[in-house]
Design a protein. Structure first.
Length: 259
């Protein structure tokens, strides 16, 4: 049986303007440290570049190491990157955001006040007869068989309501505690090869179904392959690789950020 993902969302044509920027798995954290500061400043530098070039920003999940919208609370350490997103919106740059397994709960301040467009599962859009398929990927690749049930529960209205009973700083402390990606770099694990291969296989299936470009995040290993005019992409991360995607009418490429 082929892999499937439900709840696809088509993007209105008036909300997409090239060039396209694709970010995933930046895992910007509320925790401090040299590694976190490098990640934060690098991402903000790239967002400021988008402000000068124009275009459209697509975030394919886990932009934040943890985000939970509650009473418009913004952790102090995350405010600079939130301000950078707000500045893009002030320039008229559209932002389309797929919820990841670390930051699914962005609906609220970011969507209401900044006007970021939220998608729970996937984004699909056309541009110049090119059909794009974008997802985070945690519904496709996961380490434990129990994850789909856990994922369904933590995204449920019941789980959200229960969490909102806690002080908001406790919620963030809990969310950051369970993450692997806010530790010292040498302690952050890499995704196993079989999981990366599974994601590549899923993206290939999407190309075979008629999409021209299939893009994911989640497995953290940058990969871009173009064959017979079709392109499959894994965006990598900002932990081990500092990569993001860029598309214009000349094609797709992965960009490695260097300070």
């Amino acid at each position: 049986m082929k892999n499937t993902v439900s709840l696809s969302s088509d993007i209105a044509p008036e909300r997409i303007t090239p060039p396209f920027y694709f970010f995933s798995d930046t895992h910007i954290s509320t925790r401090r440290g040299e590694e976190q500061e490098y990640r934060l400043h690098g991402v903000i530098a790239c967002l400021n570049k988008i402000k000068t070039t124009g275009g459209t920003l697509f975030i394919l999940g886990d932009f934040f190491d943890f985000w939970f919208d509650c009473r418009n609370y913004i952790p102090k350490t995350l405010k600079p990157v939130v301000d950078a997103l707000a500045n893009l919106r002030k320039e008229g740059i559209e932002i389309h955001y797929i919820g990841g397994n670390h930051d699914y709960w962005i609906q609220g301040y970011l969507t209401r006040e900044l006007g970021i467009h939220f998608y729970p599962e996937t984004m699909i859009f056309n541009y110049q007869n090119m059909r794009f398929y974008c997802l985070h990927g945690d519904q496709v690749v996961y380490p434990h068989t129990s994850y789909p049930l856990v994922r369904k529960f933590i995204r449920s209205s019941l789980a959200v309501a229960l969490l909102k009973c806690l002080p908001v700083k406790w919620i963030y402390a809990l969310g950051e505690h369970v993450s692997h990606y806010n530790r010292a770099l040498q302690n952050i694990p890499r995704v196993p090869d079989p999981m990366i291969k599974k994601m590549q296989h899923f993206l290939l299936e999407k190309l075979q179904q008629g999409y021209d470009i299939a893009i994911s995040g989640h497995v953290h290993e940058p990969y871009c392959n173009e064959n017979h005019g079709k392109t499959m992409v894994i965006l990598g991360d900002w932990i081990h690789h500092c990569t993001y995607g860029f598309w214009d009418t000349s094609g797709f490429r992965l960009i490695h950020y260097k300070r």
